[in-house]
Each structure stands twice: as C-alpha cells, then as structure tokens.
Design a protein around this ligand. Structure first.
Ligand SMILES: Cc1ncc(COP(=O)(O)O)c(C=O)c1O
Length: 390
C-alpha cells in the first residue's frame, strides 16, 4: 500500500476537486482542495475486487443479502472497538447524513430544540434547521490547543425545548477523541435534560496512534434506553459515494421508532454500498486502516510543524479524524482576510470556520487525508501567504 501514489480526482469528478466553483466561486487548476471530508487515495484492491465481483456477476436486481452487511458491521464493532452488538440492532440508512435527518424527524417535532457542541460538522445545524427544528449551540472551550466541554456554561444555554443531543464522537472539526469520562459527562447531561443522544461515530476508525476511541455505548452503558449510535464505512474507506450507513440501537422501542421513519421513506440499502462496506469491514480492511493511520499521523506532524510556525496560528492537536483545525485568532485577522489569504494568495481551499457555528470564527479546517506531497505543498504555500507576519 502506497499512500504517496498520486491520483487524479479531477478525472473521477470528485466533489472535493471539482465543486469549488459551485461552493465558493473559486476557479483554477492551481487550487489545492482541503475541504470536503474524503481522502485522495485510490481505493484499495479489496474494494476494487468487490466492485469487480459485482460487475462480473452481472446481476443488479433486487438482492437478498443485506444481513451480510449487518454481520460485517457487528464483526467490525467487536474486533475493532470491543463493542458487542446484535446485528439485529442495526437499521441501514443511505449515508449518515440521511441517518441524522431521520433521527431528527423521529425524536423531535418542528419547533423542538436539538443541542450540539460547536464548532461542529456544519451539516448538523443545517439538517436541524432544514427540518424546522431549532439549534441550541453549546460552545466548546479551547484549552491547551484542543476543544473541551464546558458543562458549567451549558445549563444556562438550554431552552427546555430540546429533545435531542447530537454528539460528534470523535469530533469534527479538530479531531478530539472524547475520553470515557467526557462521554459519561455528556450522558449525565442528557439524562438531566431527558434527551435522546445521537452519537455520530463516523470517524471512529480514524484514530491517531496513542489515542483510543471508546464508543459512547461502552463509556456510558447506563444510557442504553436513550442512545442511538451511527457508524459507516464511508469516512474510514472513503466510500461516501456509495451511500450507506448503519444505525445501531439496543433499545427495542427506540429501534422500532427509527425503523418506522426509514420504512415510511421506503428506503432500503443499495447493492454497491453493501458490497463495498462488507469488503471494507473485513480483515483486509483492518490491515489497510492500520497502515493508513501512521501515514495520516505523519501528515499531521508535517502540517503542524509548518503551520504552527506562523505567528498567531494555533494548530489543534489531532487525536482522531484527518480534519485539522487551525485557530488563527492570534493573528487578529477577520474571517474574510483569512479566507482571502488562504484561497486567494495560497490557493489552498480549507473549510471556512464560521460554517461550523459559534466558536468557529477565526478558524479554518484543513483536510489532511491526502498525499504527503500535497500536505507539504499546502504548508509551503500557506507559509508564504502569511510570511509578512514573521
Ligand atoms: C461527523 C460527520 N457525520 C456525518 C457525515 C456525513 O457522512 P455520510 O457521507 O455518510 O452522509 C460527515 C461527513 O463529513 C461527518 O463528518
């Protein structure tokens, strides 16, 4: 496996490489995209084999092996996360974005509140608002270059209309891998406010050496009757285009409620998603992730060494994910000026901080799931774009 191999994702029409004009009005072959959360590596052979096997079999009709996907998800949860689940607890969705929207529809009504810890994956608040619910923002603190939870402040920020707490674990952006104690504090908070906890664990496999992810279900077993866990092969293996997610619910009543929403939308898994996720959640997939993480960790080191040298820029310590957060508030620049320097001068395209909600202003999120040469190139260009601060 060589993650250094270049791969032309303009040819494959990847959104990350070809949708910058639509998203930001940015044009030009010299742009270096570091925004959308997928990786620039050519898919590993075991995924090609699965796709080829499907093509060679030549049968794209209705199929009867979704159970094999549930078994693969359960096997992966057990072998990679020490989390024993019954495959019967899983409801499939078309991606985790879809799963989050369904969860909002299942456990809240229009006008109800959904609490999130910000800055967080920008789609959380969009999905809440698109469904006519109200966002309750619970801002994270920054302490010693990483986000932390601030429960003393959160009680006063709750409106009383909240029905759901939407948790990102590990956290995007910034890559905090919440500790079991932090997860237990989140669980206690949810109990105090009688909230359903949606634990979005899509980044659960992308853990940097020296850190470990504990599923919320294991850290806080006491909240089983209010807990919904979302996982997928989409981020770990960069197969988000195949649109498949797994929603694991131990509690039978909650599970029936969620399955009802999925059934009302008449949704069932797609053939390619099942084939690729099953191939991913396998011993070959495990070996690939084990090789990937040290590579991403070295990408982060190269990035932090370079960008951390820009006066006023603080690179958060990445514990999980490949989505590094840089806090530029020390430069005193406005968001517009930061954006102009990164995209205009450096021609590097990160995700803009304000999109992640309160606490996001002054920050930028950089996707390091790419070849080292591209990380080095981004560091060189950004260093140059901020050279006057030296
Ligand atoms: C925390 C989080 N949840 C969900 C998603 C969306 O996942 P999917 O592509 O499976 O909808 C993302 C994508 O970046 C994410 O970061």
């Amino acid at each position: 496996m060589t993650f250094d191999e270049t791969f032309d994702r303009v040819k494959t029409r990847s959104a990350k490489w070809t949708a910058m004009e639509a998203a930001f009005g940015l044009k030009g072959d010299d742009l270096l995209p570091m925004w959308v959360a997928d990786m620039d590596f050519r898919a590993p052979d075991f995924l090609h084999d699965a796709a080829r096997g499907l093509a060679e079999a030549g049968d794209f009709g209705y199929f009867n092996h979704v159970d094999s996907y549930f078994d693969a998800v359960a096997w992966w949860a057990s072998t990679r996360h020490g989390w024993e689940i019954d495959p019967g607890w899983i409801t499939p969705t078309a991606s985790l974005g879809n799963a989050i929207a369904f969860a909002i529809q299942t456990w809240s009504k229009p006008g109800d509140g959904v609490a999130i810890f910000t800055p967080v994956y920008h789609e959380f608040s969009k999905k809440i608002r698109r469904n006519g619910r109200v966002v309750t923002e619970l801002p994270l603190l920054t302490e010693a270059g990483r986000f932390t939870l601030d429960f003393d402040r959160y009680e006063a920020l709750m409106c009383g209309t909240e029905k759901i707490l939407l948790l990102c674990a590990p956290h995007n952006p910034g890559g905090r891998v919440w500790s079991p104690d932090e997860l237990r504090a989140v669980a206690e908070f949810a109990e105090r406010h009688d909230l359903i906890v949606i634990s979005d664990e899509v980044h659960n496999d992308l853990i940097l050496p020296g850190h470990s992810h504990v599923p919320t279900a294991l850290a806080a077993p006491g909240i089983g009757a209010r807990l919904v866990t979302m996982t997928s092969a989409s981020k770990t293996f960069s197969i988000a285009g195949t649109r498949l997610g797994a929603v694991t619910i131990a509690d039978a009543r909650l599970r029936d409620q969620f399955a009802g929403t999925v059934a009302r939308a008449d949704l069932s898994p797609n053939l390619l998603g099942v084939a690729l996720s099953r191939a991913a959640f396998s011993p070959a997939g495990a070996a690939w992730v084990d090789a990937l993480m040290p590579y991403l960790a070295a990408n982060f080191d190269a990035f932090r060494n370079g960008i951390g040298a820009i006066p006023g820029a603080e690179v958060h310590r990445l514990e999980g994910t490949y989505l590094a957060w840089v806090d530029f508030t020390g430069t005193g620049m406005t968001d517009a000026e930061l954006w102009a320097r990164t995209t205009g001068k450096a021609r590097v395209v990160p995700s803009p901080g304000p999109a992640f909600g309160t606490g996001g202003s002054g920050g930028l999120r950089f996707n390091l799931g790419t070849q080292r040469a591209r990380v080095d190139e981004a560091v060189a260009r950004l260093t140059q774009a901020f050279a006057d601060l030296q």
